[in-house]
Design a protein around this ligand. Structure first.
Ligand code: F6P
Length: 341
């Protein structure tokens, strides 16, 4: 078979493990051809192909990013692009397409599947908000990076008696904030799932600094927002492409805390450090399992599905049931973050 492969949306550690697994399983186990498309859906529109052979995947397991390149481009949102996608797939004689991506890429994949293209999706995003899977590629590494950063910030917070605000990624869901907050022992965690009340936050900080300690760590997900009508009015700030403006909520939270408490307060925006560098073994293993499962599924003729991790097993879920939905942090995890503050 001729199988197409693309990585779309924001990059993350572990993508190369998935690419490697698709190529190894496809070439070695079944004798398929794997045709990579550069830069996500853009490469399919432009016919920018990169046939993948064994030499392309040598030594890529520990390397972050994606050897195929990626782009924030969705053919369903660009005039004429869906036709171009279908034309390229026909010209390249692609019999099935593996799309590795987050919400945007998977939504586009479900639209392309509606035109008769056979698709298997693989979930990746450091935000971990892809619906239908316990884990997405990249999340584990990002939590490691954010936790290490919080650990480092802890010691300087304590030395200087400061409130340290740490902004992490997470547009629609606070998975990184909550997990790294718990692992790093943050005093306060703000996630999109729970609009916050700045009055309560400052009351808590004043009490803590009077009674227990004179430093605090506040972890803020970039998509966090205040309760509408509460004392801190805040509108989520979006950039040119509808993305969240990095640092916006962190700056605002740090400024409010400093003004209301008088505590020396600093902000660290972790930004793209969370998306770069060496993937953890967990992300390499997850990428490898998803890559093998995707090729196996296509070979068996099971398509228009997404590989997913459920109860430690890799399963296939219908793409139409997961695309366009967000997986939020459950109440139990939010409660743990608050209970240990
Ligand atoms: O999609 C994952 C994500 O990491 C979001 O949390 C963040 O808002 C976004 O990517 C940043 O994207 P970009 O690299 O396009 O600025």
């Amino acid at each position: 078979m001729r199988i197409g492969l693309l990585t779309g949306g924001g990059d993350c550690p572990g993508l190369n493990a998935a690419i490697r697994a698709v190529v190894k399983q496809g070439l070695g186990e079944y004798g398929h051809s794997i045709i990579g498309f550069r830069n996500g859906w853009k490469g399919v529109v432009d016919g920018d192909v990169m046939p993948l052979e064994r030499q392309h995947i040598r030594n890529v397991l520990p390397v972050g990013g994606t050897l195929l390149g990626t782009a924030r481009f969705h053919p369903n949102a660009n005039d004429g692009s869906m036709d171009a996608v279908l034309a390229t797939l026909e010209a390249e004689r692609i019999e099935a397409l593996i799309c590795i991506g987050g919400d945007g890429t998977l939504h586009a994949a479900s639209k392309v599947a509606e035109s008769g293209v056979k698709i298997v999706a693989i979930p990746k995003t450091i935000d971990n908000d892809v619906f239908g899977t316990d884990l997405s590629i990249g999340f584990h590494t990002a939590v490691n990076i954010a936790t290490e950063a919080i650990d480092r910030i802890h010691t300087t917070a304590e030395s200087h008696n400061r409130v340290m605000v740490v902004e992490v990624m997470g547009r629609h869901a606070g998975w990184i904030a909550v997990n790294a907050g718990i692992a790093g022992g943050a005093e306060i965690v703000l996630a999109p799932e729970e609009p916050f009340d700045m009055d309560k936050i400052t009351k808590f900080l004043k009490h803590r600094h009077r009674a227990h300690a004179n430093f605090s760590i506040v972890v803020v997900a970039e998509g966090a927002h205040a309760i509408p009508g509460s004392s801190m009015e805040y509108e989520v700030q979006l950039g040119k492409y509808g993305e969240i403006v990095a640092g916006a909520i962190g700056e605002r939270v740090a400024a409010e805390i400093a003004a209301r408490t008088g505590f020396d307060t600093r902000l660290t925006v972790l930004g793209h450090t969370q998306r770069g560098g060496i993937p953890t073994p967990t992300d390499r293993i997850l990428g490898s399992r998803f890559g093998v499962a995707a090729v196996d599924a296509i070979t068996r003729g099971e398509t228009n599905v997404m590989t997913a991790l459920r109860d430690d097993s890799v399963v296939l879920v219908p793409l139409s049931e997961v695309a366009g939905k967000v997986k939020h942090v459950p109440r139990e995890l939010l409660n743990v973050a608050h209970a240990l503050s």
